[in-house]
Ligand binder design. Structure first.
Ligand code: NAD
Length: 260
């Protein structure tokens, strides 16, 4: 028998979200997108001034946001700041683990081990620590959502980026494993793999190279905007998105779909 139609909640109003790497690029766009929907936003970044600027802009537009300084590679600080933010807002519904750095290190790089360790600390280890710190709070939510940000470099690879690729592939594995582990509690865990996006991370690439790359590699023939990723993150966090978990979604303008 078909169960009766049940209207699902598509509002993020008053939901509390913790976004890392929110001073710039996709994190900043995500913080703003949530605030636009009436969510209350912890704007978290290693750059305290950048986080404060994003939070202040949200407040100036009538939203509810507070900045928190955090180096996600600092285990003790992760726990402290998650607790501080959740205590400030009175709970936590969504975690968006977005903070990241690029790690360019060809395999013969003399300090490869150091680069590897730094890359994995920021891009992968931090994600499990954030989840562990957030869980006691998320367990009190009736629509707990975790979104991890990986990369299309988790699905394919570019020479010179093995540490970055390995860390991002680790994020997809972590996402699936946590989805399976936390599903019985109603907590969803999903991963977004952005393709080439116009952010601080890609700001140093000359425009001409970007356009050429996008023309050759993506279906959309252009770089994406941070907002175009933020809106997918936001959709995964809707209370209505309650049966979607353990997925890895490329938001890449069709890069992974394109052969020629
Ligand atoms: P960005 O450089 O604009 O923003 C990254 C933010 O993370 C910055 O505000 C930075 O200060 C912050 N950050 C860096 N290290 C941190 C730390 N240790 N603790 C806390 N905050 C820290 O870059 P972006 O492109 O918006 O990156 C967001 C995420 O998207 C990253 O995980 C990145 O790897 C991923 N990504 C980016 C692209 C792209 O094309 N831009 C593609 C795929 C994946």
């Amino acid at each position: 028998m078909t169960p009766p139609y049940k209207k699902l909640d598509r509002s993020l109003r008053n939901r509390i979200v913790f976004v890392t790497g929110a001073a710039s690029g996709m994190g900043a766009a995500t913080a703003r997108a949530f605030a636009d929907e009436g969510a209350r936003v912890a704007v978290v970044d290693i750059r305290a001034d950048g986080a404060e600027a994003v939070a202040a802009a949200i407040r100036a537009d009538g939203g509810d946001a507070r900045a928190f300084a955090l180096d996600v590679a600092d285990a003790e600080a992760v726990k402290r700041v998650v607790d501080e933010a959740a205590t400030h807002f009175g709970g936590l519904d969504c975690l968006v683990a977005n903070a990241g750095i690029s790690v360019y290190a060809p395999i013969d790089t003399p300090d490869y081990d150091e680069r590897w360790a730094q890359g994995l600390a920021v891009l992968l280890t931090a994600q499990q620590r954030l989840v562990r710190a957030a869980l006691p709070w998320l367990r009190k939510s009736d629509a707990a959502r975790i979104v991890t940000i990986a990369s299309t470099e988790a699905l394919g690879a570019t020479a010179g980026h093995s540490a970055y690729s390995a860390a991002k592939a680790g994020v997809t594995g972590l996402t699936r494993a946590l989805a399976v582990e936390l599903g019985r509690e109603g907590i969803t865990v999903n991963c977004i793999c952005p393709g080439p996006i116009e952010t601080g991370m890609t700001a140093d690439i000359p425009d001409e190279s970007k356009q050429k790359y996008a023309r050759i590699r993506t279906a959309m023939r252009r770089y994406g905007r941070p907002e175009e990723v933020a809106h997918v993150t936001l959709s995964l966090c809707l209370p209505a998105a309650s049966y979607l978990t353990g997925v890895v979604i490329p938001v890449d303008g069709g890069l992974m779909a394109r052969n020629a």
